[in-house]
Design a binder for this molecule. Structure first.
Ligand SMILES: NC(=O)C1=CN([C@@H]2O[C@H](COP(=O)(O)OP(=O)(O)OC[C@H]3O[C@@H](n4cnc5c(N)ncnc54)[C@H](OP(=O)(O)O)[C@@H]3O)[C@@H](O)[C@H]2O)C=CC1
Ligand SMILES: CC(=O)N[C@@H](CCC(=O)OP(=O)(O)O)C(=O)O
Length: 345
């Protein structure tokens, strides 16, 4: 069995990791790191885990890293570096769910996140963990930077189209919606029931911190500097994310061709489902699952297409993708430990 520790286990993504890893055929959970609940039984924090019998421990004690083969970091950004350093020194593998290792240009990271981030030599070791695109690199990585939730929906839809030259590389406009669990478990007015229920708002304007992550990966795949327009919205749902992407077609391409191109690109990639042309994905179809569902609408009057991409922000947008990355890093079946289907209704 491969031994796993989760640091930040008491957060929303942390508890999703516990849920899926505890049913994983090749994994034994050996450590749950929590500063606020060290010494407490995990099921006391989350009673839906009654019976799991795992005690949280202070993540600053080296033991949590020493006894594991893989460490999942599910911490707010700015906190991962010391844990990653320790893990790498001890020859362990790491999947970081936060943003600290995603952006390759340190100056860009520091200006958007207002925190130091990793030094260049450490940063260089990290692979961007978008499983369907970077599988070979992930397989050889010791540290994987798990993508952000919004970037997961958007990059999975756009990268194949940029690689095949199907869309104009500029003037990409994206409108995304996220459930409230995307903001994590900590209390804030923004996530208060009375403030979010029956409300719909854009936030993070004018420039949300996921923009540089998306522009980095899009530019890499387009071999040209790409700037996007991106507006995220908060919707009164617990989980789920839908991105609506407006694109101009390159000459010779139609919505139908783009649909076929995406189908072909993802035909052997289990967790991305290209649905019928003219069909909109639902967040409910992917809720509780590791799927990303992508739909396409043609707009021939304007020579545009609209792409819709849906995930569960806590699964494909975070903990499910993190486990998929771990499976690739250890040469396991990519689907191992991940739910076959989501929750419905
Ligand atoms: N929620 C989502 O949909 C997604 C989240 N992410 C990213 O994943 C990471 C975790 O997110 P999420 O689970 O939502 O966050 P939560 O706020 O729900 O949980 C964060 C966890 O970090 C721990 N923590 C907080 N401060 C410290 C500290 N100073 N030292 C050590 N541990 C600390 C807390 O545990 P304790 O107090 O018990 O120590 C808590 O369990 C973040 O970087 C987030 O941006 C990525 C994609 C999607
Ligand atoms: C609804 C909500 O607040 N969502 C978060 C996205 C969380 C996330 O997954 O982003 P990182 O992994 O990059 O931290 C936000 O917009 O900041």
């Amino acid at each position: 069995m491969i031994k796993a520790s989760i640091i930040g286990a008491t957060g929303y993504t942390g508890q999703e990791l516990v849920k899926m890893l505890s049913g994983h055929p090749h994994i034994e959970i050996v450590g749950l790191g929590s500063k606020s609940y060290a010494g407490e039984n995990f099921s006391k924090i989350y009673p839906h885990f009654r019976g799991i019998d795992l005690i949280c421990e202070n993540p600053e004690n080296d033991e949590i890293i020493d006894k594991a083969d893989i460490i999942f970091l599910a911490l707010p950004h700015g906190l991962s570096v010391p844990y990653v350093k320790k893990a790498l020194e001890k020859g362990k593998k790491v999947v970081d769910l936060g943003a600290d290792f995603r952006i390759k240009d340190r100056d860009i990271y520091q200006s958007w996140y207002k925190t130091q981030g990793p030094e260049e030599d450490l940063l260089e070791k990290a692979v961007y963990g978008l499983c369907e695109i970077n599988k070979e690199k992930i397989a050889g990585a010791q540290i994987v930077a798990n993508p952000g939730c919004y970037p997961t929906t958007i990059l999975l839809a756009l990268i194949p189209l940029l690689q095949k030259g199907a869309i104009k590389k500029q003037n990409i406009i994206i409108d995304s919606k996220s459930g409230v669990s995307g903001a994590g478990r900590s209390l804030s007015l923004n996530t208060h029931l009375c403030e979010t229920n029956e409300d719909l708002k854009a936030y993070g304007l004018p420039l949300h911190r996921h923009i540089p992550e998306m522009e980095q990966e899009l530019s890499l795949n387009a071999e040209e500097e790409i700037n996007i327009t991106f507006t995220p919205h908060l919707i009164p749902m617990t989980r789920g994310m839908l991105s609506t992407i407006y694109l101009e077609l390159e000459e010779g391409f139609t919505g139908e061709k783009v649909h076929s191109l995406l189908k072909e690109f993802y035909k052997d990639k289990h967790f991305v489902r290209i649905i019928g042309e003219g069909e909109s994905p639902h967040t409910k179809w992917v809720s509780g699952s590791n799927y990303c569902d992508i739909g396409i609408f043609s707009d021939p009057r304007n020579n545009r297409i609209t792409i819709l991409s849906a995930i569960d922000n806590l699964i494909k947008g975070a903990s499910g993708q993190a486990i998929q990355n771990m499976n690739i890093m250890f040469g396991l079946d990519e689907k191992a430990g991940l739910p076959l289907w989501g929750m419905y209704p």
